[in-house]
Design a protein around this ligand. Structure first.
Ligand code: PRP
Ligand code: URA
Length: 209
């Protein structure tokens, strides 16, 4: 599990507590998802390569830094991953966004892909997959499988809440992919929900409960 990063910070811990509470209303839930994602972004992007270039301040020339290579691509898994985009894009305005639509079949818990709309040139791009929940790991593994077929440069998986079952499945399927979580919860229940978790992230984000 050396590719697992659990990002612990007092701000993230307190916001995660709010988001888990069943009485937290949709508007606040949405704001918290964005805020936590933005705080996580700092760690998720820590090892991106930078390059130097020359700039002028009002006083003199100096060395500036920018992220090297092609613009990074955020790939939210619909629906719930959409909730994480704005917070991250505020920090990285040049990032592109691609969309992968996957839902879990309620009976089998197997991922079902229904949409894939990605920027035209995906080769050699750094990718961050966004999804608040890593439960069985089926949706994340399916998204990684799709993105790998585009010969991207790197893939990072960012989720708010994960559980050991989902982490294990992603690591066994793609050991090289780093996983970033705000919390690693105890387990999955018989219905495939993370315990204690926060319930159905998509329903809570979009008020479809
Ligand atoms: C949720 C969540 C993940 C998936 C996680 O999506 O947003 O995509 O479940 O479960 P897994 O790790 O077992 O695959 P859901 O299928 O509820 O779709 P939605 O976002 O459209 O509500
Ligand atoms: N998807 C969710 O939205 N929540 C869970 O707990 C598991 C899967």
């Amino acid at each position: 599990m050396n590719k697992l990063h659990i990002i612990q910070h007092p701000l993230i811990l307190s916001k995660m507590t709010q988001i888990r509470r069943k009485e937290t209303p949709t508007k606040m839930f949405k704001e918290l998802v964005n805020e936590i994602s933005a705080l996580m972004c700092y760690e998720i992007t820590r090892d991106l390569e930078t390059e130097e270039f020359e700039i002028e301040t009002p006083v003199s020339k100096t060395t500036g830094y920018r992220i090297k290579g092609e613009d990074l691509v955020l790939v939210p898994i619909l629906r719930a991953g959409l909730g994480m985009v704005e917070g991250i894009q505020n920090l990285m305005p040049s990032a592109k966004t691609g969309h992968i639509g996957i839902y879990r079949d309620h009976e089998t818990l197997q991922p079902v892909e229904y949409l894939c709309k990605l920027p035209s040139n995906m080769q050699n791009r750094d990718i961050i997959i966004l999804d608040p929940m890593l439960a069985t790991g089926g949706s994340a593994v399916k998204a990684i499988e799709i993105l790998k077929s585009y010969q991207v440069k790197s893939i990072r998986l960012a989720c708010l809440v994960g559980c050991p079952e989902g982490v294990k499945y992603v690591h066994e399927s793609y050991p090289e992919i780093p996983i970033y979580l705000a919390a690693l919860d105890e387990k999955l229940n018989e219905q495939g929900y993370i315990v204690p978790g926060l319930g159905d992230a998509g329903d809570r984000l979009f008020g479809t409960i």
